[in-house]
Every structure is written in structure tokens, then in C-alpha cells.
Design a protein around this ligand. Structure first.
Ligand SMILES: [Fe+2]
Length: 367
């Protein structure tokens, strides 16, 4: 059961939310409570939000203990799932973490790319409060929402997802934003049925390490990539919204980000272009830039040694660093239902610190 008595600090609701008569009850998945309230789920009723503007951001990981001992020391076990990326923590409830442990978690996520917890007793309200500790929660420009909890992004596919495979592209979430999310939390509450015997399986998610991908490239190519910037675009997604649900909440934007960015906590360089949203390299002939981007996307997709594949269980949580990883959900479960809730605190505007290093170079200096 969620800790219903606990006082939760939720962000201030934006003005003009649809369906003000609806309230999500504590401890119940909105997957059930929203339709029970007679509303579409996820809800696509149009409403307008102000355009996002740049805001100061300080990563909570900068307040952590570099040994992360307050978090790791409290766990029953800490399991590194691959050498390059992914760690599972056993024996902790996220809702019980102290602020110091949350700061250590931010550093662990920044270092390991993605951190997993199973069997989390955390409802949507607690998830929002947890995410809001790390930064201003992102509200999606066009995805379906929960009417009273717009900071939660429902991950929801069922028998209506006939073109669901088109979403199966390696990406970093909403990289077209001025300050794309950093630490991002997804809790899965409904797993697909794998067959007539009632087994629940499928819809695994794979993450790839941007640090590992970047350091695998030749020094000469790294040198070139560090001089480049790329255009990330939300226009295609916005056009799709206008074509389908008619629900677009902000003016769609395109943003220029460095092709290689520095993580503010680890200080490591990571590759920052993705097939979903990066449309062109600035200042290069289109076919040359596209050639570079295509070969980088292929390296992301085929770099199995940089990846971790996570098998969900009911109420498992993944927390990833959206700045330093790529991910894709495997759509092998049509027409069955898979559902989870994501919250995404926005981070800093991407930058490249010319003095920063690859992960491997930084770690070998420390050794
Ligand atoms: Fe995603």
C-alpha cells in the first residue's frame, strides 16, 4: 500500500487543465480510475500551456557523496547487470529514501546510466513528488495525460496500437526541448500477457550507454564530433498531434544542441544525437550530415556491448539518465495491454565543456 498519510509536495497545477471535476484517488492506477470517472485514458482533451523558457537548474547529484555510501550502504544488494550500463538495487523502497540517499541515487544513475528497483509501493502522487525533488517536471507537448496529474506521462499500448512498431526507435526523450529531462523514472504497473497460459511477459526495454558509445569511437572522429551541433525537432511529433488527437499544448520547437555533451555530475562526455528527434547537423551538406548521423544511429542500435535489456515485473521501476543513455521499448506484445507511468524532471540546457573527458579517460586518471 502507498504511504497515504504521508504529506506530499506536488507541483502547482497549470491553469486551464481539462476535466476539473476529476481527481485521481491515492493508491489506484489512473489506468483504472480515469475510465471509471467516465473519461478517455490517457486523456487528449486540448489545453494550452505557456512555452518553456530556460530556467536555472542544479543537479541533485552534485550534492551527493561520491562514494554513494548512504544509498548503497542501505541496500540489501547492488547488482551491476552489465559492465557498461545498468545496476539493480535490492532491498529499498524509493518512497522511504532520505534526501541524502536521493542525492546519491542521482549520482548512481548518472554513472551507471540506468538503475532498477523491483516491487515498489509508489503511487502516481508519490512518483510525482519523488520526481519533483530532482527538477521541474516536464509536461509533454502532445501525449495523453491524466487530467489532474499532467506531470505523469502514461506509457500505454493495447489492441489499438496497430502502428505501435513505429515507436520502436532508439531515442532520448523529448531532446528537442531547451532543457530535456535528465533523471527519468518509469514505473510499470501492467505487463502484457505472453500467451494463453496467463504468463505475463514482453515489452522489455533496452538502454544503451552514451558514454560507452562515445568512447568507442576513434579519437579523430571524436575530435570532429565535438565541433558539431545538431538540430533537434519537435515539429514532426506536433504535426502528428494535430493530425490525430488535435491536442498540441505548446508551440512546437526546434533546438540546436551540441552533438557531444558533458554530464554535469560525472563530467563525462556522451553522444547526444538520436534517430527520433535529431534532424540535421548544422552547417554540413545534408547528405554528409545525414551520413554521419546514420552511422552513429547504427552504432547505437548495433552496439550490443553498450546495452542492457530489462525484463519488467509488476511495480518495477527504472530510473535512467536521459542525457547519457538511449532507450527503446520492444513492441512484441500486440494486441495485449502494457502500461506504466513516467515522470521526467527537466535538467540543464545541454553543453559541451571542452575540458571534459570521456568516461574511460576520466576513470583511468582517477585510478
Ligand atoms: Fe522514451
Amino acid at each position: 500500500m502507498p504511504s497515504i498519510q504521508k504529506e506530499l509536495k506536488l507541483p502547482e497545477r497549470p491553469k486551464g487543465l481539462p476535466h476539473p471535476e476529476y481527481t485521481t484517488p491515492r493508491g489506484v492506477s489512473p489506468l483504472h480510475s480515469v475510465p471509471a470517472g467516465g473519461l478517455q485514458y490517457p486523456n487528449y482533451t486540448p489545453f494550452k500551456l505557456p512555452n518553456l523558457v530556460e530556467k536555472p537548474f542544479r543537479d541533485r547529484g552534485l550534492s551527493s557523496d561520491p562514494s554513494k555510501s548512504r544509498l548503497l550502504g542501505a541496500a540489501t544488494s547492488v547488482i551491476h547487470l552489465t559492465p557498461e550500463i545498468g545496476t539493480e538495487i535490492v532491498g529499498l523502497q524509493l518512497t522511504d529514501l532520505t534526501d541524502e540517499q536521493k542525492d546519491d541515487l542521482a549520482r548512481l544513475v548518472a554513472e551507471r546510466g540506468v538503475v532498477f528497483f523491483r516491487d515498489q509501493e509508489m503511487d502516481a502522487h508519490e512518483q510525482i513528488a519523488f520526481g519533483a525533488y530532482y527538477g521541474d517536471l516536464h509536461i509533454h507537448q502532445m501525449a495523453g495525460i491524466i487530467p489532474d496529474l499532467p506531470w505523469v506521462h502514461p506509457i500505454h499500448k493495447d489492441g489499438t496500437a496497430v502502428n505501435g512498431r513505429s515507436h520502436q526507435i532508439w531515442h532520448s526523450d523529448v531532446s528537442y526541448e531547451l532543457q530535456p529531462p535528465g533523471l527519468t523514472l518509469l514505473k510499470m504497473d501492467t505487463l502484457p500477457e505472453a500467451g494463453p497460459d496467463g504468463t505475463l511477459a514482453g515489452g522489455d526495454t533496452i538502454w544503451a550507454s552514451g558514454y560507452a558509445l562515445y568512447e568507442s569511437l576513434s579519437p579523430k572522429l571524436q575530435e570532429i564530433l565535438e565541433t558539431l551541433e545538431a538540430k533537434h525537432s519537435g515539429l514532426e511529433q506536433a504535426e502528428k498531434a494535430l493530425r490525430t488527437s488535435g491536442c498540441l499544448r505548446r508551440d512546437p520547437i526546434e533546438t540546436i544542441h551540441p552533438v557531444v555533451r558533458t554530464h554535469p555530475v560525472t563530467g563525462w562526455k556522451t553522444l547526444y544525437v538520436n534517430e527520433n528527434f535529431t534532424k540535421e547537423i548544422v552547417g554540413l551538406e545534408k547528405r554528409i550530415g545525414d551520413g554521419i548521423l546514420d552511422s552513429l544511429y547504427r552504432t547505437v542500435a548495433e552496439g550490443y556491448e553498450f546495452q542492457v535489456r530489462w525484463k519488467w515485473s509488476k511495480n518495477a521501476v527504472a530510473i535512467w539518465d536521459n542525457r547519457a543513455t538511449y532507450h527503446t521499448g520492444i513492441f512484441d506484445y500486440f494486441p495485449h495491454l502494457r502500461h506504466g507511468l513516467r515522470v521526467a524532471p527537466q535538467a540543464e540546457r545541454p553543453y559541451l565543456d571542452p575540458k571534459s573527458k570521456t568516461r574511460r579517460a576520466a576513470l583511468s586518471e582517477d585510478a
